[in-house]
Design a protein. Structure first.
Length: 577
């Protein structure tokens, strides 16, 4: 902990608690926005400290100690962003910060989205956000090859920010942005023209060949897929339940230890021979002979059929059956117990995944991997997951949605079990950059035409991998999530934030109040996109000159210019998408 005394702070300063990947990227964005502040962190990366000081002062310690919050000047802070990796610690810090400054914008990182909703409603926390939930849509879009940059909820509507390229000869060529918006039902946010991003865009801006229009569209369907769609996504295309079970059993038979197969075959042989012997010697019907053999092998007693009056040779054979059967069963039970303890009975229904076609493989069932699995299933996709830890916290939850293959995703054998030969996309989302790269390269050898999406932490390495190794997408959870944390700190009504060139765009949603009717009107750095009139069922595109009235809901965008600030290597931090 530092011994520095509290120092006077500007009313615009921001406090960031936690300097992990999300926290560091949030601080760098705040620096590009010209903000100053304080960082409180338990573990310090010296390179990161040098990159953010003196614009952001660093205090080393646990932010759950409210004395550190006081030392950071929380009483006069404009915003507090709490982004440690511990949900409970984040909640504790947030409650202390709210008690010490009821006016500051309070943005908290929470993985549990149900808890996040409760915190926003009852704990006076402005926004509770999940980094993995914010990052999942770009990963899903990259896996499916769509142009959606992000998706998020706005009341009962879903907002999708996408990008459309205008080719030469396109019917949209030469139109104005206003005409494009009217014909597509979308609201234009920006235009990417060459290496330049045009923000804001006037409705009369002409669309030229080669332009890319970044726009917001709304959908109303938030309902989850029906039961049939979920079953189809779990089964995989073209695979019946009976055939899948049978082929899974075949795969299981090939993988069990040789001793187990020998013991089971020996037991079957003893049963078949003994049924024939006792049926011939005692004149028993087939069913009774089978019943007699099973009761003899399992030693459950001779209460009805017995060998008391049988010839001596048949009695000796009965003794042999009892001893042999008991020994074989003991071997089978011991091997089965060992398999249960070592592998926890790898889901037999997942063993036919190698026969899947046109599915998505997700390697790694951490927070982001599980979110991807869930979102892909909700999108009606067939998914197979790979996880190397049998005790992974989210493993069982994932198994309820999709087949899960236990193994190392870097190996060709594991990828083949997951059906890499027929996969349309492989998403490597483990916590290890090198493992993700190895997984992608191994998948490419098996199926050269599949899409490869990698999760990486190192932003400099990401750009090199995408261009130098021909990856379809190289994404970072922190890079996707940090803009929304910063946007929420700057604009309390912000739903989502994302980067476009040297701009931070924040899409906001608010209801116009009677005591503040101007809140829904267009300001200098914002544009009104959609309006839902009081009592209306859905949003409608905002026409020029529309003035929201009290009770109306508005969707708009605010843009913030970003200055160029070098990272620790001296390279500028930019949106490289």
């Amino acid at each position: 902990m530092t011994s520095e005394a509290p120092e006077a702070q500007s009313s615009e300063h921001v406090i960031v608690c936690g300097l992990g990947h999300v926290g560091y990227r949030a601080v760098r964005l705040l620096m590009r926005l010209g903000r100053r502040g304080v960082v409180i962190t338990r573990e310090l990366n010296e390179d990161w400290r040098r990159a953010i000081e003196p614009q952001f002062r660093v205090i080393v310690g646990d932010a759950q100690d409210d004395r550190l919050l006081d030392q950071a000047g929380v009483a006069g802070a404009k915003a507090v962003i709490v982004v440690t990796d511990d949900d409970l610690a984040n909640l504790s810090i947030a409650l202390d910060a709210r008690r010490m400054n009821p006016r500051a914008a309070l943005i908290v990182r929470q993985f549990d989205q149900e808890l996040a909703v409760h915190l926003e409603q009852s704990a006076e926390i402005d926004r509770a956000l999940s980094a993995s939930a914010l990052a999942a849509p770009p990963f899903v879009a990259a896996a499916l090859g769509t142009t959606v940059r992000c998706s998020f909820a706005a009341g009962t509507a879903i907002c999708h920010v996408g990008e459309e390229g205008i080719d030469a000869g396109s019917p949209r060529e030469g139109r104005s942005l206003g005409e494009w918006s009217t014909s597509t039902g979308q609201a234009a946010l920006a235009v990417r023209r060459g290496g330049r991003v045009i923000v804001p865009c006037a409705p009369d801006t002409p669309i030229l060949p080669g332009d890319h229009v970044i726009a917001l569209r709304l959908t109303d369907d938030r309902s989850p897929p029906d039961a049939a769609a979920r079953r189809s996504a779990r089964r995989g295309p073209g695979v019946s339940r009976l055939r899948r079970f049978w082929m899974g059993c075949r795969q299981w038979w090939r993988e069990v230890p040789r001793a187990m197969r020998v013991a089971m075959l020996a037991l079957a042989l003893v049963v078949l021979v003994s049924v024939g012997v006792f049926r011939a010697a005692l004149g028993l019907p087939l069913v009774d002979a089978l019943y007699f053999v099973v009761t003899t092998i399992t030693t459950v007693g001779y209460g009805d059929i017995h060998l008391m009056n049988a010839p001596a040779a048949l009695k000796f054979y009965g003794i042999f059956v009892m001893l042999c059967g008991a020994a074989i069963l003991a071997v089978i039970f011991s091997i089965a117990t060992d398999l249960i303890l070592r592998t926890r009975l790898r889901d037999v229904m997942a063993r036919d995944a190698e026969h899947y076609r046109d599915h998505v493989i997700v390697a790694g069932l951490g927070n982001i991997g599980f979110r991807l699995v869930r979102d892909l299933v909700q999108a009606g996709q067939s998914v197979v997951a790979i996880e190397h830890r049998a005790d992974a916290p989210l493993l069982q939850a994932a198994r309820e949605l999709v087949p899960v293959v236990l193994g190392n995703a870097k190996t060709v054998e594991t990828l083949r079990k997951a059906g890499a030969a027929g996969a349309k996309a492989v998403v490597a989302a483990t916590d290890d950059d090198l493992a993700n790269l190895s997984t992608a390269l191994a998948a490419k050898r098996i199926q050269p035409s599949c899409r490869l999406v990698l999760r990486v932490f190192n932003s400099e390495l990401a750009e090199k991998m995408q261009h130098g190794l021909a990856m379809d997408a190289v994404l970072s959870v922190s890079a996707a999530a940090a803009p929304t944390f910063v946007a929420a700190a700057l604009c309390p009504q912000a739903l989502h934030g994302f980067l476009l060139g040297d701009w931070l765009l924040a899409v906001f949603h608010q209801t116009v109040r009677d005591d503040c009717p101007e809140a829904g009107m267009t300001a200098q750095n914002q544009s009104l996109l959609f309006v839902k009139r009081a009592g209306a069922a859905r949003f409608e595109a905002a026409a020029g000159g529309d003035v929201p009235r009290p009770g109306d809901e508005t969707l708009g965008v605010r843009w913030y210019p970003l200055a160029e600030v070098g990272d620790v290597t001296g390279n500028p931090l930019r949106d490289t998408r």
